[in-house]
Design a protein around this ligand. Structure first.
Ligand code: AMP
Ligand code: GLY
Length: 427
């Protein structure tokens, strides 16, 4: 079959790599893609916000399956648009994508289905004064403030005092997040370690396809501002078989069942961000897509055919027992442009990519890069993912950093402690 993959990050390069090696894949197109996805198939310059243009491409290129990487088009309803025109699409409908697209929907949904999560209250834009009074009366810090809508990873504020909380409220009401925070969720701060679980879902059922831990902060020791993700490893040693079966029974099963019961069956990848609290695992957030960079450490572990699993899911016929993995750990270090997530320089020549790729147990996935003549240049905040593989977490970390040593570009920056927090849990 011909496949259209939508997106342009490291996540999409990892997906493109896995789809291209499927015996079911005839031609792979990625829109808009990056120089990494161009090695796996053909990049096409489609405007992915323009669903009509996407459908025209699907029809003129005999595309049998469209795979949607990022959340934005899903939350805007690209899956509904394609399904209504009889095109198979891997990714949730607009109604199902509300699990990520609306924090209020997600919280109310969890409450309706008794899925463990932080206690919360919802306030509208007109009730911001009530929100302030509520925070003051609770008088418990830190407290968590979340803008309801998509906010590019910037919609969560965690003030640590009353003064900070009042400033955060003002920021949400009047600042850049004004639109996303027309509805505001205030929730209890949960203590514990974070880990993520990923499931592939076909509307009726699901299968867990991996666990991972991300490193969201910019600097070593989890310091500095939040980023899209500076590195990840899989599997997470915190996610023992026991813990996974609790997550499966108390969280993922009721989520998939609940979405189906409410008339919005969930198809696609489901990302469940968890806090492992003293009272057990609780949901921090759902995302309606794969994580980036978590995808880059989970997909390479998959031995079975991801394209087959995705296609089956779109038909409501996922054969979960066909999903198999290798036993190695994977760690990815993200090479970013110095300054990211603040301002940074682009268009720096990247050297050593081929050298890194020739090393054993190392894979390189492109994120913010672009081709210029025969050079690869940096073109975004997160630029390159170097993935190391090994029989232990430590060996996968060592491999990843060995790959990193080969690569250089002006302003390049990366964290030196990716995986360290996982090593604490390995005996
Ligand atoms: P999100 O943008 O939803 O991924 O949230 C960003 C980060 O905020 C999460 O990864 C957590 O570290 C933190 N966070 C969100 N909600 C809570 C909560 N209720 N308690 C503690 N930390 C939270
Ligand atoms: N790595 C975090 C995310 O994909 O949202």
């Amino acid at each position: 079959m011909n496949v259209l993959l939508i997106g342009s990050g490291g996540r999409e390069h990892a997906l493109a790599w896995a789809i291209a090696k499927s015996p079911l894949c005839d031609q792979l197109f990625t829109a808009p893609g990056n120089p990494g996805t161009a090695q796996c198939g053909r990049n096409v310059a489609l405007d992915i916000q323009n669903f009509e243009e996407v459908v025209r491409f699907i029809e003129s290129h005999d595309i049998a399956l469209t795979v949607v990487g990022p959340e934005q088009p899903l939350v805007q309803g690209i899956a509904d648009y394609l399904i209504n025109r009889n095109h198979a699409v891997f990714g949730p409908t607009k109604a199902a994508a509300r699990l990520e697209g609306s924090k209020q929907f997600a919280k109310d949904f969890m409450s309706r289905h008794h899925i463990p999560t932080a206690a919360y209250r919802v306030f509208t834009h007109e009730q911001f004064q009530d929100a302030a009074t509520y925070i003051q009366s609770q008088n418990r810090y830190p407290v968590v403030l979340k803008a309801d809508g998509l906010a590019g990873g910037k919609g969560v504020l965690i003030p640590e005092s009353e003064q900070e909380a009042m400033e955060a409220l003002k920021e949400l009401k009047e600042g850049q997040l004004k639109q996303a925070s027309e509805i505001l969720v205030i929730e209890e701060f949960m203590e514990g370690e974070e880990a993520s679980v990923f499931a592939i879902c076909d509307g009726n059922g699901f299968e867990i396809i991996g666990t991972a831990q991300d490193h969201k902060r910019q600097l070593d020791g989890d310091k500095g501002p939040n980023t899209g993700g500076m590195g990840a490893y899989s599997p997470s040693p915190l996610m023992t078989d026991e813990m996974l079966s609790v997550v499966r029974e108390q969280i993922i099963e009721p989520t998939i069942r609940g979405m189906k019961e409410e008339g919005s069956p969930y198809t696609g990848f489901l990302y469940v961000g968890l806090m492992l609290t003293q009272d057990g695992p609780k949901v921090v957030e759902y995302n309606c897509r794969f994580g980036d960079p978590e995808c880059q450490v989970i997909i390479p572990r998959l031995e079975s055919d991801v394209l087959q699993h995705m296609y089956q899911s779109t038909q409501g016929a996922l054969e979960a027992e066909q999903i198999t993995f290798d036993t190695h750990f994977r760690t990815t270090v993200v090479l970013v442009s110095g300054g990211y997530p603040g301002s940074y320089q682009k268009e720096q020549a990247i050297n050593g990519l081929e050298q890194a790729e020739t090393l054993s147990d190392i894979q390189v996935f492109h994120a913010g890069t672009k081709q210029f003549n025969d050079e690869i240049l940096s073109a975004g905040g997160r630029v390159i993912n170097v993935v190391g593989s090994g029989p232990t977490l430590q060996s996968s970390i060592d491999k990843a950093y060995k790959g990193v040593e080969c690569i250089h570009f002006n302003t390049m920056f990366y964290r030196k402690d990716i995986g360290a927090k996982g090593l604490k849990h390995v005996s």
